[in-house]
Design a binder for this molecule. Sequence first.
Ligand code: COA
Length: 321
Amino acid sequence: MSFYISGTGSSLPKKKVTNDDLSKILDTSDEWITSRTGISERRVLSSETLLDIAAEAGRNAMENAGTSPADIDMILCATLSGDFVTPSMSCLLKDRLGLNAKYVYDVNMACSGFVFALEMASVYFDAGKVNRVLVVCAEAISRLLDWNDRSSAILFGDGAGAVVLEKGDGLKDLVVNTKADSAVLHISGVESNSPFSEGYAKVDKRVVMDGQGVFIFAVSAITDGLSTMIEKNGLTPDDISMYLLHQANTRIINSARKRFGQPEEKFPHNIEKYGNTSSASIPILLDEVNRSGKLKKNDKIILGAFGAGLSTGFCLIEWQK
Ligand code: COA
């Protein structure tokens, strides 16, 4: 007995940045970005803080679940880009949302953060320590980008997505994996100002990415992760009602869809509106799909994430609402 998803929520910054906006500050074009990535625009924090949108996503999820802040036993926040290094975003959220939560943790697993947070939550449910958990994934990658690097600046956006988990048996399987490899994708920490430091190098680039390297990793990681999850659970690709994949590139999503011979509506996407919002991308998409009434009770859904680490996470859930 673990959990089921009882509510979803999301929140996006109000500032839209289109590909045409970017082509005014970078040597790029709407045609290049759309054809290589599927992205048309993204949202970027301007006057809001990350906490503002994270809290709104969390509030929306609690409202959707019909749960009050007093009933939440644990809050997990997946982020790599919090407003502060410390206090953690989960601590700030506990305060802002007026939660009683006893267990409060941030999870930094980059774009796979949502699935890793679900894994952590499942352990607390299994241990009988919690009845209700709020998971908020909130990212402000715009703060970590090198805005002069056209190969990475065009890809990302800011946003927040959230779910409420309640005791139940909606979780059918969950697998996470990591392999230390910072060469293809990393973001450096801040330069040390210690007088004793002997070489924590000053870094002038923020998101450092070998685009093709990540692309190759992502295509095979998604295909392998999905087939393992499907076969291990005695299912076929047709048995899955919806595949909610990390929104990094429509070419990655489409290659998985074609590999499993599935129709477009089973691989929904919103990357065209929001770009890659890292850990927030799957819960934002889940919230859209949930609120549009496309999920039915007992639907089998696979969540599939990949990202820096390198990390991957796959989760099979049965929709119970
Ligand atoms: N506008 C115009 N040209 C661009 C550009 C941009 N925004 N970014 C790169 N280019 C150029 C390159 O400089 C290169 O030019 P060159 O051939 O003269 O050297 C050319 O376009 C092709 O670059 P390439 O890297 O081969 O393009 P690609 O087809 O692999 O697409 C990505 C690049 C980044 C879109 C693609 O590799 C990708 O999506 N990778 C995955 C990234 C990702 O998902 N990261 C997050 C993981 S969680």
